[in-house]
Design a protein around this ligand. Structure first.
Ligand code: G3P
Length: 217
């Protein structure tokens, strides 16, 4: 299972990279705005800065919602760095754009996916990644994990190579349950990755070991 961090915060990206388990980064316009990164040139530069910190794929989202605009922006993003994956929303023009990018060797991440039907379309168009937002489904009392399981079943039925990127992860149990179902990738905040470290028995056990060592030395 690949671990991506879902942030545009360079310090958090460095921290996850230092842990040695980071496989990539996802961002979106809201995450960029949260870091105060505004204006096309600053946003493009920020993507390059992120690519220079991590080794893996970095999703960079198009803003245009028409086919021509998405192609223009996506080609510009893909030119920035070989690690860039163009993030395209699940709308009609987006499906066409994903197919175009696939045919032209540009990797894509189909975002804002909330149903198995949308995930099937993304795979048919050749998306590299599909991003079902599980936390946002949970927010409206719909089981986000059930969607991951449905997409896994459908993709396995037909051997689709599109990778399931479980997005809108909120906590460690999302990560663990996505791993049980077989999501290819998870993207979440740093806390959802570091939270996997924690267990009170690890802390108390280590404390005891160190105390016992001190008694004998
Ligand atoms: O990767 C998708 C993500 O950025 C959305 O997360 O927490 O805003 O639902 P959230």
């Amino acid at each position: 299972m690949k671990f991506f961090i879902d942030t545009a915060n360079l310090d958090q990206i460095r921290e996850a990279q230092d842990l040695g388990v980071l496989d990539g980064v996802t961002t979106n316009p809201s995450l960029m705005a949260k870091e105060g990164i505004t204006g096309r040139n600053n946003i493009l530069k920020h993507y390059v800065d992120i690519c220079n910190i991590v080794d893996g794929d970095v999703s960079a989202e198009v803003i245009a919602t028409d086919f021509k605009g998405m192609i223009k922006e996506g080609e510009e993003l893909a030119e920035l760095h070989p690690q860039i994956v163009v993030k395209v929303p699940m709308i009609k023009e987006g499906v066409k754009a994903i197919k175009y990018f696939t045919d032209h060797g540009i990797r894509t991440n189909c975002t804002l996916v909330f149903s198995a039907g949308q995930a099937l379309l993304a795979a048919k168009a050749g998306a590299t990644y599909v991003s079902p937002f599980i936390g946002r489904l949970d927010d409206i009392s719909t089981d986000g994990l059930e969607l991951i399981a449905d997409i896994r079943l459908i993709y396995d039925n037909y051997g689709f190579e599109t990778q399931i990127l479980a997005a809108s992860i909120r906590h460690t149990m999302h990560v663990i349950n996505c791993a049980k179902i077989g999501a290819d990738v998870m993207t979440g905040p740093l806390s959802s990755i570091e939270g996997l470290l924690k267990h009170p028995l690890t802390d108390s056990g280590l404390k005891q070991f160190l105390e016992d060592y001190k008694k004998g030395n």
